[in-house]
Write a protein that binds this ligand. Structure first.
Ligand code: HEM
Ligand code: HEM
Length: 186
């Protein structure tokens, strides 16, 4: 059985699928970590959890860059012909917005940390610089921005998931299957 590496006309290839599900898993992790940070007591534990949250968040940003690069040279499969015009528009707009948010959420987090004076930090052998000077006012602005964008990403992702399930269970097409590994396409 050969799994196509690149997207085909009828299915996402292995690389696109890996990017998709890896980013989904990391984003889920981020929400559970944000919740743990909220519950955490004690400065040391909080700092440890926030550092892990930043490390995984920066990994999402890196994967988003690689994913978008891969996407540029890999057209996604065509949407099923049975889809109405409004459904196509909604799917395309939703996907575009999800792409924007997987950049904007980690970037706003990075700006938030930078404004808080904690922008610079280690990521394995790499040191990432703070993006802006520390400032209490900007810390507040980017903190709120990060929160609002993260919530928007969560809401949109749930709508997107429900749309995928609707395709599978109510419309009976291959839209969900073609994002699943091991499905070869017709
Ligand atoms: C996909 C990536 C990310 C997601 C989904 C995400 C999500 C969240 C959420 C839901 C919160 C809680 C919001 C609140 O109640 O204020 C939060 C807080 C935070 N995030 Fe992120 N984040 C991501 C990436 C990042 C990155 C890359 C950084 C920094 C480099 C970062 C830094 C922070 C900080 C400093 C907090 C505040 C923690 C605290 O309460 O002390 N985030 N994030
Ligand atoms: C944080 C969560 C998620 C994000 C950021 C996300 C993002 C995306 C993006 C950007 C695309 C378009 C792919 C492209 O054109 O390159 C896509 C496609 C897709 N996603 Fe997600 N997704 C998430 C969660 C989910 C979940 C939970 C499901 C499953 C139920 C799902 C199912 C799908 C399917 C089936 C497609 C293919 C749609 C098509 O064939 O046009 N996604 N996703």
């Amino acid at each position: 059985m050969r799994i196509p590496i690149r997207n085909t006309e009828s299915s996402y290839g292995l690389i696109s699928q890996l990017f998709h599900w890896l980013i989904v898993a990391l984003i889920l992790f981020q929400y559970t970590w944000a919740w743990r940070i909220d519950q955490a007591e004690g400065f040391r534990l909080r700092l440890e959890l926030v550092t892990q949250h930043k490390t995984i968040g920066m990994l999402v940003l890196l994967l988003a860059v690689l994913r978008l690069g891969w996407r540029v040279f890999n057209r996604p499969p065509e949407l099923p012909a049975s889809m109405e015009v409004w459904e196509r528009r909604a799917a395309q707009a939703g996907h575009a917005l999800l792409y924007v948010l997987i950049f904007a959420v980690p970037l706003s987090g990075w700006l938030y940390s930078s404004a808080a004076g904690l922008g610079e930090y280690w990521w394995g052998p790499v040191t990432l610089p703070g993006l802006i000077e520390s400032s209490e006012r900007l810390e507040e602005v980017f903190g709120l921005t990060h929160q609002v964008l993260a919530i928007s990403l969560g809401v949109l992702a749930v709508i997107h998931m429900l749309a995928a399930l609707r395709h599978h269970f109510f419309k009976g097409d291959d839209v969900l299957r073609r994002m699943l590994p091991l499905w070869r396409g017709k």
